[in-house]
Design a protein around this ligand. Structure first.
Ligand code: SDX
Length: 426
């Protein structure tokens, strides 16, 4: 709380409404508008363009400066110096782990990485050509059937085990979804492999064969997971918070987040970027693509560009672009045509008045797909990888909410429908 107040004067009301202002550590302070309902008004903010839905200590974004901090640490530093499980621990607990804490956390995640046979069988019931996000969403919701009776969301220990199960099983489920689409046998988690290498082995390994995972690709995968780990109150995280605010099973709340992430305006954009780059096909076609993106009547947007919060470079896109160069060079793919198209498209867009005036920059999804394609991930699996990395962020926000006092989320509306009228008498 600060001593500062906002003063709202409303035509027809002679009294000025005083609204308390709460201070933030960094970034905008917030105006508490809860009392205006007493004066017969709701705030109106479709799309929550200027609404703080909650107080949080997990992630901070400065969209104008292109800053992203996880528990105060810049994403650029975590992406280069940390690893995904250390970042998971940081997001969940607020501090970097000691070596002993990291060792215990890693062991617990590994201990809880096996998926119940009933859920593995559920994955197998889907048509092979089903979209992987539809299967993943269903499979995570099915975990709510496995882990319902024993979960006590008011108990910190119970919530900790749920974190291990989600972080441990989301790569196993993601790999199963891929294996099912290929008609291949599932591969069990291998405790001798680190998190990203284990995921890659479960995805691309062959049953009965020793793991053979490239360290270059495993490191790139781990960095992709870090870059997707959390992003404040984005649509899918807000979904998880709103769903969780009813006290529902946390696995069911995470499944709701997966369904929200799937959309092309959100996490589904990485798949749409690759499809767009492949549709462009050559550098010569970029100009016409950019022209379409600027033409409101086309209904086409430059996928991987623009962001609700970033009006500057998405810091994750910068790290992703650098990683893209490193991985393609290491794999001898630096002449990958899609990379050339992406780089030229970025250059043209960033010099174009339309994109400059609307502050549209590449976001996290613009380069991620090129790396994932280079390491062999099929396009339709890109958003599954995003969901895999983001699971810890969703859970960290759910855990932050249920660890303290919270109310069920219940927005109001501006009603513009019919006034009260009587049912016609026969
Ligand atoms: C993610 O919230 C998060 O943090 C999300 C995320 C996370 O980590 O969780 O960062 C991950 O979802 C990244 C965004 C991925 N989506 C895309 O790349 C899809 C393409 N981008 C957009 O559709 C759009 O930019 C959004 C959805 C990302 C943001 O949309 P907003 O904030 O609602 O802005 P808007 O649609 O009102 O656009 C503002 C203007 C409009 O023009 P005007 O009506 O003002 O004339 O910019 C234009 C838009 O037409 N515009 C674009 C554009 N994005 C916005 N024009 C062409 N191409 C684009 N990509």
């Amino acid at each position: 709380m600060t001593d500062k107040k906002a003063h709202l004067s409303i035509d027809g009301i002679d009294k000025t409404i005083e609204l308390p202002i709460y201070a933030s550590t960094i970034g905008p302070d917030v105006i508490d508008v809860t009392s205006i309902t007493k004066h017969g008004f709701f705030t109106f903010d479709p799309g929550f363009m200027s609404t703080a839905s909650c107080e949080s200590k997990i992630t901070f974004i400065d969209g104008d400066e292109g800053v992203l901090l996880h528990r105060g640490y810049p994403i650029e530093q975590l992406a280069v110096s940390s690893d995904y499980l250390e970042t998971c621990y940081l997001l969940l607990n607020g501090e970097l782990p000691t070596p002993a804490q990291k060792e215990e956390f890693t062991a617990e995640v590994k201990k809880h990485s096996t998926v119940d046979a009933s859920v593995a069988n559920l994955v197998k019931t889907f048509k092979r050509e089903s979209h992987p996000m539809a299967i993943l969403c269903s499979a995570v919701a099915a975990l709510a059937a496995i882990y319902n009776d024993e979960i006590d969301i008011t108990n910190a220990e119970s919530r900790k085990i749920t974190a291990y199960r989600l972080i441990g099983q989301i790569p196993t489920l993601s790999a199963m979804v891929y294996k099912h689409s290929k008609g291949e046998e599932f591969i069990a988690p291998d405790d001798n492999l680190d998190y990203a290498a284990n995921f890659l082995n479960m995805t691309f390994g062959k049953a009965g064969q020793a793991p053979n995972v490239s360290q270059t690709i495993a490191k790139a995968m781990d960095r992709i997971f870090i870059l997707h780990a959390d992003h404040e109150q984005n649509a899918s995280t807000s979904t998880v918070r709103l769903s969780g605010s009813s006290g529902t099973n946390p696995f069911a709340a995470i499944a709701a987040g997966i369904s929200t992430l799937w959309g092309p305006a959100h996490g589904g954009a990485n798949e749409a970027v690759l499809n767009m780059l492949e549709e462009i096909g050559s550098v010569e076609n970029i100009e016409s693509c950019v022209a379409r993106a600027k033409d409101k009547t086309s209904g086409f947007r430059l996928m991987g560009f623009g962001h609700r919060v970033y009006k500057n470079f998405d810091p994750r896109a910068k790290v992703m672009k650098q990683t893209c160069d490193e991985v393609l060079a290491e794999l001898g793919l630096e002449n990958e045509p899609l990379l050339a198209i992406a780089k030229r498209l970025e250059q043209i867009a960033l010099e174009d008045e339309y994109f400059i005036s609307k502050k549209l920059y590449p976001n996290v999804d613009f380069y991620s797909g090129i790396i994932m394609k280079a390491v062999g991930i099929p396009t339709e699996m890109f958003t599954v990888i995003f969901a895999l990395g983001r699971t810890v962020g969703w859970y960290s926000h759910w855990n932050e909410m249920v660890s303290g006092p919270y109310k069920i989320g219940r927005p109001r509306q501006q009603y513009t429908g019919s006034p009260k009228r009587d049912y016609p008498t026969k």
